[in-house]
Design a protein around this ligand. Structure first.
Ligand SMILES: O=C(O)CCC(=O)C(=O)O
Ligand SMILES: [Fe+2]
Length: 319
């Protein structure tokens, strides 16, 4: 197995005034990581470590409850990807179970009352992740050489952000996939995995594990950033393996773009540098619908699963 070490970035330098040299170095690491691996690990972020582990422990308590208790949090709507408790299965095998949460103020949320401390912990965590998302977006803006606040103005509506907390079931004799290979369709994703690990990224044709480190957040570039930057920043395929003999837990925050936004390669990465666009433009909601269809009507062949290459312009597209 390849041993790729994903770069680690201290985000605290961006929370202080001055320290220009440190900021420059951190931005170089992030730019390199996002162009090569699509993933990096963030330490000294603003999210209190105590809150991260409290939320993780509380979700473990929830997932250990009897099925009928958890079902009390079934979504209000039958639409796929609705807020609430759900289970992800493929070909009759349970892969993982999850709570999907929209912004705390959303009336669509169906959050557990048991354990009672879980709901406020998730709401608090959601708000911290949102702040971290805004910070990383601002750092990306600089790394990409875009005009000040360009991404902030473009992505100014946080109502589509999602937090999921998942329990992956233990592996069976013949099956160890907890989440099949995919790229994230959103802007930027933040993952907090427990000590079990299991998240892997595809790099140069090899699956490489993202080592779990306490208090660390995994940051990964989503498809929207890959398209905007015309592939300068990459969104890499990743998957989660289920562990043998135990469960695995993670909390993921999808910093997203609102459905009515149009996404296409920016002039800064096309016209202005004489590069042809590698993608045609699309609406976020249309891409989201295609991705949901992958789930509700899974194609039998892997190559028929719709991903961002659906919008690639064949003659211009290179990895
Ligand atoms: O659970 C994890 O570690 C990552 C989950 C993930 O990749 C996703 O939900 O898109
Ligand atoms: Fe993912």
């Amino acid at each position: 197995m390849a041993t790729l070490s994903h770069p680690t970035v201290d985000l605290s330098v961006f929370l202080k005034d001055g320290e220009e040299e440190e900021k420059k170095r951190a931005k170089e690491i992030i730019s390199h990581a996002c162009s090569e691996y699509a993933f990096f690990q963030a330490v000294k972020h603003e999210i209190p470590l105590e809150l991260m582990s409290r939320a993780m422990e509380l979700t473990k308590i929830f997932f250990a409850l009897p099925e009928e208790e958890k079902r009390k949090c079934r979504p209000k709507s039958s639409e796929p990807e609705s807020a609430g408790y759900g289970k992800m299965s493929a070909h009759g095998i349970d892969l993982n179970e999850y709570i999907l949460m929209l912004p705390p103020q959303s009336s669509s949320n169906v959050l557990p009352n048991d354990p009672p401390e879980l709901r406020p912990a998730l709401e608090e965590l959601f708000n911290y992740f949102c702040k971290t998302g805004e910070l990383v977006e601002c750092i990306f803006n600089d790394c990409l050489g875009l005009p000040p606040d360009f991404l902030k103005k473009y992505n100014d509506d946080r109502s589509s952000d999602i937090l999921t907390t998942r329990r992956y079931f233990p592996a069976s004799e013949n099956d160890n996939i907890g989440l099949p290979q995919h790229t994230d369709g959103n802007f930027i994703t933040f993952v907090f995995q427990d000590e079990v690990g299991g998240l892997e990224v595809l790099k140069d044709g090899e699956w490489t594990p993202i080592v779990s480190m306490e208090g660390t957040i995994v940051v990964n570039v989503g498809d929207v950033i890959q398209v905007l930057t015309n592939n300068k920043f990459k969104s890499a395929p990743h998957r989660v393996l289920k562990p043998k003999g135990r469960s695995r837990h993670s909390i993921t925050y999808f910093y997203s773009l609102q459905g009515d936004k149009r996404v296409e390669p920016l002039p800064h990465y096309t016209k202005q540098i004489g590069e042809p666009p590698k993608y045609r433009g699309f609406m976020v909601k249309d891409y989201r619908a295609l991705r949901i269809r992958n789930r509700t009507h899974p194609p039998s062949r892997r190559e028929d699963v719709i991903d961002i290459t659906h919008y690639a312009i064949p003659y211009n597209y290179q990895e």
